[in-house]
Write a new protein. Sequence first.
Length: 217
Amino acid sequence: MQSITSLDIKGYGDQPVPNTFFFQDQETQHLAIVFPGFAYTADMPVLYYPGRLLVQRGADLLQVKYAYNQPALRAISGAERAARLGQDITAACEAGLAQRTYEQITLVGKSIGTLAMGQLVTTDARFRDAQCIWLTPLLTNGELRVQTKQGKQRGLFVLGTDDRYYDPTHLAEVVEATNGQSVVIEGADHSLEMAGDVVQSLRAMGRVMRAMEAFLN
């Protein structure tokens, strides 16, 4: 069993960072942190089910719920968004890691959430041995590819061939550098869905979850 609460997290400009924290009632040394996309929340399928799997496996889970797609934030510059993301995720990680002593950390990110992961794995020694699940990573971003290869954390990379950020050459580079694994869903878009085909989209989600379970094992 686990308790569900939220942590008091102050991020960019001392503003609150929304979150949900699943705290295992029994002792655990495993913390998982989920970083959502720009408009893809932690409660949507590609992030919800991985989070549930990690909780089921006994991890404490921090779902970071920054919402940069709100009207008031849509107009900010790219530089300000990057600064906001950096401070928000740093504050969130500090709060999560303060809950108990963790020996195992799993990072899960989607889209811009993978930018958060790239920053963490190259700037914070506490994530040196983290296992990383990169869901629809922004692999056309050169800085992210460099960070992924520099960090070398063991990784699982999941993309669809109809995702504009998918590039087989870039994917091969990061998989090799991290001694990682990849799942490529034919015809899936940036939400890992097949347009107009709900059943195939659900099958793709099942494939992702099986790959994640095998990766965690």
